[in-house]
Write a protein that binds this ligand. Sequence first.
Ligand SMILES: Nc1ncnc2c1ncn2[C@@H]1O[C@H](COP(=O)(O)OP(=O)(O)OP(=O)(O)O)[C@@H](O)[C@H]1O
Length: 249
Amino acid sequence: MCRGGPSADAGGMITSAPPVLQAHSLSKTYDSAQALVDAGLTVRPSESVAIMGPSGSGKTTLMHVLSGILPADTGEVQFSPAAGQAPLRMSTMDAEQRARLRREHIGFVFQEGLLLPELTALENVAVALMVSGTPRAAAEQRAAGWLAALGLAGFEQRRPGQLSGGQAQRVAIARAQVNEPAVVFADEPTGALDSATSESVLDALLSSTVSRGAPLVMVTHDESVAARCSRLIRLQDGRVVHDSAEVAA
Ligand SMILES: Nc1ncnc2c1ncn2[C@@H]1O[C@H](COP(=O)(O)OP(=O)(O)OP(=O)(O)O)[C@@H](O)[C@H]1O
């Protein structure tokens, strides 16, 4: 189901809460490739936004610019880590400030979980808190809570090589959520999984993000994955050519 307009909160209530992300006039050129052209997007709490488009249309670049991995050439991304706080303008931040912002307020899930192979599932999740200064014992306690919430109680001491693809991706989701980031970005999070596993991993990703009020912004090539999101954005040649929220407004 694609719902447009104001986002629905965890209880399905319609809200017009202030945006978490507000981006406008974004452009990005690599050498001669124009990856983004005057792109913009506003993302509100509890939305799940699917970004689709042909290969090379700029999906990954848009996600990287929205999350501060890459600076835009022009335009602005305003990010509100907490309700009521003045938005931060990414164009005013240097690479180190953007990296800190990502560490503290943004979660990522990639197609391949990118877990550290020598660490246990518990350590892989806890490390996301420890890099921001949380002591190990407290970090591991919270990590264990997130693993249990994602159906992985009993798997804490396994290393990634001892987990199935779906279990490893749940660990990656727990790692992305453990510091309760203001927004979660996912790049083809189920792209490497079979369809049944993909469905349950997607359930876990959607419920663990949207139920705590954070938006999920997800790049996908899969229409059935996009159909589970509350909103669909389509890119073509670096431009946003369709936004289901605008169509519905
Ligand atoms: N690091 C880079 N250096 C040069 N060109 C790049 C770089 N990254 C992306 N591009 C180019 O920018 C354009 C957009 O790429 P991007 O990866 O954002 O598209 P995409 O929609 O995510 O593609 P795909 O679905 O294939 O992953 C493409 O023309 C691509 O070749």
